[in-house]
Every structure is written in C-alpha cells, then in structure tokens.
Design a protein around this ligand. Structure first.
Ligand code: FAD
Length: 532
C-alpha cells in the first residue's frame, strides 16, 4: 500500500529517480528491485552466480532434468508472495493441493495419516475440525492439553509469540505441561520443516509464528508447488541454447510463452539485473563512512545513491568494512548464522504409489518430501517418480547425531534409501515384491552449508532492521527483521520493506519501522542514523 501511494506521489511530483545498487539475486534482492522500479527508481541488481534465485535456484543436468537447491512449498499464509505473483500476472503458476497435512505414521511403515481442513469453514474452526477429526496421531486428552499453551497466543497475538523467542520448543512445552507425545508427533516434524532443526534446539517463536498464521487464516496451511523450475518460472527467463530450446519447445510450449517473471518486469521498467557479478568489497567515503561504491570481481566499480545488501548473513559478515565492524548494528550479525541443509532428488524407474502431495516424514533423517512427478507440471511423468526430499537436521548443532553435511553423496543417498525402505517397504528395497519394486535410476545431492539463519532461542533480537546506521546502506534478506521467518515470504517482505526505506529516504521522510534498537548485550557505539 505504501509503495502504491509513493508511486503516485513520485510520478505526480516528477520525483527524482534514485540509482540503487542491490547485491544478491535471491527473492529478497529481486523483490526489492521489483518494488523500486514500481516506485519509479532505477535499481541495478548484481548477482554473484550465473543464475538467479539464490536458495530457490535450479539448473539442468546433462539429461535436461532440473536440480533444485531446495524443495519449496508455498503456503496460503504468504500474503506478500501472493501479491507478488498477482502483480506479475503469474498466480496460475502455483498448483494448490487439497487442504490437508499428511504425516507418515511412525509405527506403521508405509502408512500415512492426514489432517483434513474442511472447505467453507472459517479459521480457526477449520483447524479445530481437522485436529479433532484425526484420531491417529493424538488422543483427545493430548489435544485438550495443548489448549492452555495455545490460548495465550490466540489472546495476546504477536507480542506473546515474540516473547517466547528465548525458549526452545522443549522448554516451552515443559512450562505449559504439554505431553511429550505432542513433540514426537507434531513438533519434531514442524521444526525440521520450518527451520531444519530439532525442537530442543529450535526457538518456540518459530513454531508459534507458523501456528498463528495457520490458526488465523482459513487457507493459511494450504500448500502449493510452483509449476516448474523456480528461476524460469519466477525469477528470469534464461537464455536457452538451441538444443535446450527444442526440448523445451516440444515439452512445453506453454511454459516458454507465458514467462513474465521478476527479471523481465524490472528490466521492462528501466532497472537492470546483472548475473555473474559478485561484489567483493564495500568501499567507504572517508569523511563519514557511508558507502562510496561497490567493487565487483571483474574489477569494475559501481556507484549509486543507495546500496542494498540482499546476500545471506554469512556472506555479508565477510563484506562488512573494518570501519563498520565495531558498530553494534553490524556486530549483532555475529549472533546469526546459516544452518546446513541437504536437498536430495531421487529418480525411480517406476511410479511410487505411497507418496503423493507434501509429506512430513517424522523419520530421523528426513524432513518433508514430495513426489514432484505428480506435483509439478514441468517435472510431470506418468510412469516414473521423482522424489524430492529435504534431509534435516544434518549437523550436530541442529540435532543430528552425524555430521551429514560432510559426508559423500553416496553415503547420503544410501542413508536416504535405507530410510525409504523403512517408510515404503512394499515399494522400495529388498522386501518389496519385484512387480512393485521401484529402483533408483539417478540421484542428486545439493548441500547448502549455510541456508536460512538458525532460529535457535534468542535470535530474533539480533535480526537487523532494514534501516541501518549508515545513511545510504539498506538491509534486505530473509534474516533481516520482519515477522516471517527465514522463508520465501520473509525474503520477499524484507525486499519490499527495504524498497520502502529507500522511497522514504528519497522523499526525506522517516521510515515507519526505523532503526531497530540493538539489544543491550551490544552496548558500546552510539547508534544514530547519519544524514547524507
Ligand atoms: P538467498 O536466496 O540466499 O539469496 C542471496 C543471493 O545472494 C544468492 O543468489 C547468492 O548467490 C547471492 N550472493 C552471495 N554472495 C554474493 C556477492 N558477494 N555478490 C552478489 N551476490 C551474492 N522457504 C519457504 O518459504 N518454503 C519452503 O518450503 C522452503 N524450503 C527450503 C528448502 C531448502 C533446502 C532451503 C535451502 C531453503 C528453503 N526455504 C523455504 C527458504 C527460502 O528458500 C529462503 O528463505 C529464501 O529463498 C531466501 O532468500 P534471500 O533472498 O533472503 O537469500
């Protein structure tokens, strides 16, 4: 809404076009560029890799199959993502599954249980109905004993949720006398899915934030998959080689013709998106330590009116100039660190019938998985399954007993296949009959050693505001302060908020969120936003 008003004001007053250099071409950087061109400015986005998307990036192997960085699920409770899709005219690219959550039954291999949200019933009653109607996971007594813990969230809302950030999920459960089985049945699956961490290491704020959205929005927990590979379907149209073009053309004329994603949007309105251009250094003005320029790996120097960081927190920490390093705003970033996660894709020689939509595995190694040959139009195959699985937790700090992130691809695939033998005994492994057995044809393993910030207890207070103490430097990225967690929704919102900060600066008015106070454990330097 702000950006719409701003656009109007800017155009009517013949406002100044500001030049903005954004570094980082994930969803936060792309969203920031999109909202800046919408508001009449001139952003240029510099992405280190030859492909856009960051954690949603994907690329093709020699067979033309897409290898994804991560299995990505869109929730109904992602308002900023849905607005973005609508604005780009690509909302039909999300394929919505029936409103249900599917959990693998721990004690009954090969069986699943679902929470079915009845249509036409408003929140929170549809969720209550879904929980009450499922009799396989929790007893009625256990369900009733959840209520006292969830009641304050319903009554007090976000302030209660934020106040739980210092506690782990298990500490919160003890405080509210929640039965341990709720952890085993629900919270382990949620923790692994939301932040790739086990509940004893995870902040309760993460679980409550998701539950709050799911309870308050009728379609909040409904899930969707993108209809194809994210870089092309959401971020950019790639330059296709002739061979690829033919394959694409034959396979899916519709996919090529209907591409109109973020890069094209930005460039059609006077912005630029430049790949293969890592930023190596942030150079400062000697007088006031504001940003003078960005030094790129190819030796060029980029100057702009404002600079936006949209790189992951671990990258930014390495780029912080020495002159800023003692400032508490930047020092607090040491408290944030990306958590490792592994994404696996397995191609089988036949269809697996046990898996369909998104499934919470509740197994020790796996978080969520889906058969993408059924759920993604571009990857559709009537005869063979392609399972995409998130392997988490995958390091001891996140709760794993083995440091999987350091293991070889074959060790990771072998362990996953062992797990699948247990989950689908009739279809995978030596106990499956020859008529039904699905054999592994091909596999890929993508390690993300530093993915979303690890939402361990007490991290929220160190998430930096989009406004920084440096006048011409603004912060985006899913880890930056916004009410959603490290997620696609959080990334898009943070990019939008960063665009809003720049629009405010361009109009010389103060930002509604302003500079977030740094927690008292980072006393030392005076925090004041400096004038240009
Ligand atoms: P990034 O995507 O990390 O983008 C940062 C960009 O900066 C990258 O493109 C990087 O190449 C670039 N960069 C780095 N260094 C430089 C430099 N020096 N100069 C220029 N550019 C640089 N979220 C959901 O909502 N739902 C899900 O189901 C989900 N599943 C996930 C599964 C996995 C396996 C992973 C890893 C993440 C998942 N997420 C999910 C989280 C989601 O992908 C991220 O929160 C979001 O994409 C982060 O966007 P971002 O722009 O903040 O950062």
């Amino acid at each position: 809404k702000f950006l719409d008003d701003y656009k109007h004001l800017h155009q009517n007053n013949g406002g100044d076009k500001k030049r903005i250099a954004i570094f980082g071409g994930g969803l936060s950087g792309l969203a920031c560029a999109k909202y800046l061109v919408d508001a009449g400015h001139e952003p240029t986005l510099y992405e280190a890799r030859d492909i856009l998307g960051g954690k949603v990036a994907a690329w093709q192997d020699e067979d033309g199959d897409y290898i994804e960085t991560g299995l990505h699920i869109f929730f109904g409770a992602y308002p900023n993502i849905h607005n973005l899709f609508q604005e780009l005219g690509i909302e039909d690219r999300l394929s919505w599954a029936p409103h249900r959550m599917t959990f693998a039954m721990q004690e009954l291999p090969g069986e699943f249980t679902t929470f079915d949200f009845p249509a036409g019933i408003p929140a929170p009653f549809n969720m209550a109905a879904a929980i009450l109607r499922n009799t396989q996971m929790l007893t009625l007594e256990e369900k009733i004993r959840m209520v006292p813990a969830l009641l304050p969230m319903l009554l007090e809302g976000q302030s209660f949720i934020d106040a739980q950030d210092e506690k782990s999920v298990l500490q919160f459960m003890t405080e509210y006398s929640m039965p341990a089985r709720i952890n085993e049945e629900i919270f382990i699956a949620m923790g692994k899915a939301l932040d790739f961490i086990d509940p004893d290491k995870l902040s309760m704020t993460v679980v409550l934030t998701a539950m709050n959205r799911f309870i308050n929005e009728a379609d909040g927990s409904q899930t969707a998959f993108l209809d194809g590979n994210p870089p092309e379907r959401l971020c950019q149209v790639r330059c296709l080689g002739f061979a690829n073009l033919v394959v694409h053309f034959c396979c899916s004329l519709k996919l090529i013709l209907s591409c109109q994603p973020i890069k094209e949007w930005v460039e059609s309105k006077g912005g630029r998106v430049v790949c293969s251009s890592p930023v190596l250094e942030i150079e400062l003005n000697e007088v006031d330590n504001t940003v003078k320029s960005l030094k790129l790996a190819n030796g060029t120097t980029v100057t702009a009116d404002y600079y936006v960081s949209a790189v992951p927190v671990d990258v930014l920490k390495r780029l912080i100039p020495t002159q800023w390093s003692t400032n508490p705003y930047f020092r607090q970033l040491d408290e944030l660190e990306g958590i490792p996660v592994i994404n696996i894709q397995l191609w089988f020689d036949r269809k697996l019938n046990s898996v369909d939509g998104l499934c919470f595995s509740r197994s020790p190694l796996l978080s969520v998985y889906a058969d993408m040959s059924n759920n993604c139009e571009e990857y559709a195959d009537e005869n063979r399954s392609m399972l995409e699985l998130v392997f988490a937790p995958c390091c001891p700090e996140a709760g794993a007993s083995i440091n999987w992130i350091a293991k070889t691809d074959s060790e990771i695939v072998d362990a996953t296949m062992k797990e699948l033998e247990r989950l689908f005994p009739t279809e995978v492994g030596p106990n499956a009959s020859t008529e039904r057995r699905a054999n592994l044809v091909k596999s890929t393993v993508v390690r993300v050693p530093r993915s979303v910030y690890a939402a361990t207890p007490g991290r929220n207070k160190f998430r930096p505001s989009q406004v920084s103490p440096i006048y011409n430097f603004v912060m985006a990225g899913d880890y930056a302060s916004q009410k959603y967690l490290g997620s696609m929704e959080g990334a898009v919102l943070s990019g939008k908020l960063a665009a809003e900060v720049i629009c405010d600066k361009a109009m010389e008015r103060s930002n509604r969120n302003g500079l977030k106070e740094v927690h008292s454990s980072f006393k030392g330097a005076v925090l004041k936003e400096r004038p240009p």
